[in-house]
Design a protein around this ligand. Sequence first.
Ligand code: SAM
Length: 208
Amino acid sequence: MELYTRLPAGDEPDVVARAAPRPGASILELGCGVGRVTHPLVERGFVVTAVDESPEMLERVRGARTVLSSIEDLALGERFDVVLLASFLVNTGDLGVRAALLATCLRHVAADGVVLVQREGEGFYDVIPREQVMRDGVGRMAITSSEEIEPGLRANQVDYVFPDAHWTQFFRTRHLPDAAFEHALAEAGLELDAYLTPDHVWARALPS
Ligand SMILES: C[S@@+](CC[C@H](N)C(=O)[O-])C[C@H]1O[C@@H](n2cnc3c(N)ncnc32)[C@H](O)[C@@H]1O
């Protein structure tokens, strides 16, 4: 929890704001954490519904309606201008979970709305360790190891280093090249509209 409260917002709020269909759009943010991206979106005038399965995370979210739920089981019976599936959740190692995450996106996006997905780009794990200084200049994040444990599935370690603290996380990801990503979207009833960043990390999809 403390780690997440320390992480500064990166370029995510700007990417979302540029890709939203209109100012003040309704946004369904899936896996919002402590509101690192939620809060800048609220400040920009978007109406955010923030979903997370962790009550401790949700307690930190301000200015947005919060919903305690797994993403897979979410069924609000509402449609949103923007459904946001960020934090590389689409790269989950579990194919069933991936299908369920994308199904939730389709279930909640308005007919003229957009689904915004943040995914691992090509070559994400080509150079390890890969280190990144955070936008606030205080912390560093590094992918310190990454091993392909079966074709397409990786076991990774990420370290967050601050002057007074250090966190290590282990996570698995499934590589999704552009064609496989677009196929996964199609299977979920979505179609790629555009890649929003040159590295193809951010994508906008529409209901097909
Ligand atoms: C890495 S954190 C990122 C949080 C936030 N998106 C950000 O960028 O700061 C991922 C968050 O998604 C939540 N999460 C992951 N998988 C989930 C799922 N299947 N259903 C609901 N929440 C999930 C976790 O509880 C966690 O708060």
